[in-house]
Ligand binder design. Sequence first.
Ligand code: UDP
Length: 239
Amino acid sequence: GIKDRKYKRILLKLSGEELMGEQGFGISPKVLDKMALEIGQLVGIGVQVGLVVGGGNLFRGAALNAAGLDRVTGDHMGMLATVMNALALRDALERSNISSRVMSAIQMSGIVDHYDRRAAIRYLERGEVLIFAAGTGNPFFTTDSAACLRGIEIEAEMVLKATKVDGVYSADPKLEPDATRYDKLTYDEVLDKKLGVMDLTAICLCREHNMPVRVFRMDKTGALLNIVVGGEEGTLIEE
Ligand code: UDP
C-alpha cells in the first residue's frame, strides 16, 4: 500500500557526478529519467522537494584553476554548469509530468527564474519541484554549501545528500576494505574526524542551524522513498 510520508519538505542535493552515470563526463539521459521517477514518487506522497544540483560532471573551478585558469572565472563556469544540469533535470521531470521550476542564484532572464525565497516556498507549497541552480551565486563556495543554505532558507526538515556510497565511512571503502559505515554522526564528529562528507562551510552552516543531513546512495532503488517515510538509509548527521 501507499506509505505515509514522515517529512513534508526536503532538500535533495545531487552532485554532477550523480547525473553522469557510467560515462566519464556530461549528463546521462538514462540517469535523469531514473531520478525523475524517484523524485516523482516523493511528490506522489505529498513531499515538497527542493533540489540543488552540482556541476562537477562539467566544470569545477578548483580543477580549472589547477590547470591554469583564473579561479573566479573557473567558479563562474562551474556555476553555469549547474544551470545546464538543472535544465536537463527540469526537462526529465517535465517529461514525467512532474511540474518543476529552476531558480538560479545568478539572474538569467528568459532561461530560468531568478532565486526568490518567498516565491520558492509558494511554488513548493503548490507541489512544484524546485531546482536551485548556480550554487550560492558566489565563487569559492560549493553546491554542498548551497544545498545547506537553501535547505535552511526554505525550512526543509532535512538535507539529503546523494552519493556513490551508502553513507559515511571511517575511510574510503574502495581503498580500505576494513572501513566501517557510521549510522549516525554529530556535526562535531564529522569535523573532528575530518570525514570530508561535505566541505566545512556546509557542515558548519548545518550545525549552526540544526539542519540534519542524511548521506545515502542514490543508485539504490527505493532508498530516497524509504528515507522520506522514516526509513534508515546511509548515515544521519545531526546534533
Ligand atoms: N560553484 C561556485 N559557487 C557555488 C557553487 C558552485 O563557485 O556556490 C562552482 C565551483 O567552481 C564548483 C562548481 O561550481 O566546483 C560545481 O559545483 P560543485 O563542485 O559543488 O559540484 P558537484 O561536486 O556537486 O558536482
